[in-house]
Design a binder for this molecule. Sequence first.
Ligand SMILES: [Zn+2]
Length: 246
Amino acid sequence: MPAPVTGPKWERLKQELWPGEFHGIDSDCPNPYCDYNLTPEDIQDAEYANGKFTCPQCRWSWNLMSDPEDTRDRTRTGMTLGEMGKLGEDVVKQYAKEMQGIPEIGQLIWESPVYNDPIDLVAGDYAIEVKSLHSEVFPRFKIAADPGSGMKRADVIRKKIQRMAELSNHLGKQLYPGMIGARLNFYTARADFFFAPEYKDRLMTAMQHVGFTDFSKLNPFKRPEDVQKMSLPAQGETSDYSDIPF
Ligand SMILES: [Zn+2]
């Protein structure tokens, strides 16, 4: 487990951007809105299902047997790295579209239609790769954290440089490497964006803060009361079987 980040830079950043930040209810369910705690029966049920468990209160599913500190295949949310990466990408793309670009970086010129493109979007002069982080984990964005790719960091970076060159040709404009880190707080649905003009692992404190947005619409976590409302049949829908004679 990495050492907690301390130091004046980090403290200043937290004070400046997220004073008194709230990370949700402390409970066994990874959904920050949900206060469900596991019973011994739940744990037993999950064991029979190879760890798979669905919260009875909010319907969030995750694997109880995966180590929550081991973020190689699962993130803290119970989402896979792929799901988390895609969410970050979608949040940044939505923000770039709303703002018609990214402040301090430039206008949105191009965006990849697919997930897993070595470059996610072009803004200003930069061919940008988006990386995502949960707000409660070590604040370092890793350029090569591509789930399941099995590629070495050098190969990942080489592919990005190659794609950047292709896009430079395609767009008729010299592009430069850029990385946007999206820090996602699932409880407040606030995403903060950090930028660095390179493809390299970076501490959040060593990047430029270029904006933030509300990602409620894309937030996969639902409030338990909303989930319960959704799963209740609407009035009138229960009449399907009322014609069956007894
Ligand atoms: Zn729950």
